[in-house]
Design a protein around this ligand. Sequence first.
Ligand SMILES: [Zn+2]
Length: 266
Amino acid sequence: MPTGQQTKTQKIMLQPLVSLLQAGYYTTNPDAMAYSSAQAGMFILIIAIGIIGYIVQARLQSVFKKYSRVQFPGGLTGAEVAEKMLRDHHIYNVKVTHVSGMLTDHFNPKTMTVNLSDAVYSSTSVAAAAVAAHECGHAVQHAQEYAPLVMRSQLVPVVQFASSAATWVIILGLVLLASTNNETVCWLGVGMIAMSALFSIVTLPVEYNASSRALAWLESSRTMQGVQIDQAREALTWAARTYLVAALSAIASVLYYVFLILGRRD
Ligand SMILES: [Zn+2]
């Protein structure tokens, strides 16, 4: 489920705005002009993706709200669904716990806990079961050392450092580029932003796979059946789309900076 991802995405989206503030650069070099138009194109694309992201996020919330009111036969709470899915996968070292907030559900591999939010933990709705099973999907990935999840975990500390420093490194790089014509620091900054993009790309198989594990288990264990499986799938699909939008935005941000630097070459 979306957690820190949204704020990270917003941060990545704001970075181009920071660079746009550094106006006052004019060129007659045709190559530089072509790159500058490509850069403007990327900027428009990032704004467009931002708007799509807003719509997808709103749709996700309304779909969750809708299926939070739909009960399914069996009457298991989110927590009970989670316990059952873990047991069925012979996972006994993961605890199901309660966490406050909305859509804050997540699996924590450090504490080996599946954390379920207020709306999920004690709710017997289709949405709650879908979210609980999705988070257990991550616990199963962890137990089976699913490669994209392992790679994602390894990227976490790198991205935490890189994303906080990237904007400043690029600003410093642009100053050095203007004064000394040296691009090295600029490309270092782009490399740091590229790490965030790589992280959002690796997140995609992790999220899609957790949802497909969840739906396969909900169906095979007969925890959920028929039309309710389709409702759970719909909810999880909208959740996955928020990650898709975040990845596209991150890729566009990297390209924006690449064109920005190429456009400032003499
Ligand atoms: Zn997830």
